[in-house]
Design a protein around this ligand. Sequence first.
Ligand SMILES: [Mn+2]
Length: 320
Amino acid sequence: MIDPQERWAQYGEKPDYLGLLTFGGAVYTEDPGELEGFDVAIVGAPMDDLVSDRPGARLAPRAIRGASSPPGPHLEVKIDAFEELRIVDFGDAPVIPADAGVSHAAIEATVGQVLAAGVLPVVLGGDHSITEPAVRAVAAARGPVGMVHFDTHTDTGVEVFGVERSHGTFIRRLIDGGQLDGPRYAQIGLRGYWPGEEEFAWQAEHGITSLFAHDVRDLGIREVVARAIAAVGAGPVYLTVDVDVLDPGFIPGTGTPEPGGMTPSELLLAVRTVAAELELVGADVVEVIPTTIGTADASALVAERVVREALTGIALRRRG
Ligand SMILES: [Mn+2]
């Protein structure tokens, strides 16, 4: 176990730009035997072999860890997730380039180690296909899950360019596989030109709740989130956030951008509310393409805050 803060202990905090790169300056280990007693473990899943448009999300776990991580309590809810929760950075799953099967198995195994220790996994993607092995691991440990899914896209295709394992098909694979419960699954932020009638008909057959970007515009984010929470209800829930749910104006780098999206203000409130009101058993943030390091990268910075809002919501829920 390494504590990146230790050498700066006399100052009370470590500046973000130096020392070992861990999420929020959390302690670091790759030994599953050291996970016991933690509340949350951060796991990197740096693969982007299954994106259908722009690659680069393999660089995101390092960039998200490298984004600014200010200490102290959240100004709105007055809670410091890093004080309330015991958080560990468990490093990256041992993925490799160009073999998605091997990489998915590595992600499933690494997330499984976190769950075996009774710790909640928060995964940094990666393209959105990484949600498939992460949810498989969670469902193996906790049974079928509900889900709140922020995204432009439904990711319920049968194939993308004829490929069945994809960042656009994993939701259908998880529902067909029994890991994800359709009636306890809600999508938020849909817009654009994909998918089509066949996919939405399949979604209706499986009792899936779809909330569109125009619903966020017309109803407001609080009402949209309340509807998603009502649909998902009690029981274990996985939270997945594709940053392309945001308008491209806020995320210069993402795999399949689509204009007309949400604002970070809406997304951050939504993620915190979901984490505070539902029983999260796992979470991820995906499809971040960084173009630089540190706070200069807006996509990685907003992804860091998405994770931080999820942690704040988890801390709020545990406080009761
Ligand atoms: Mn998407």
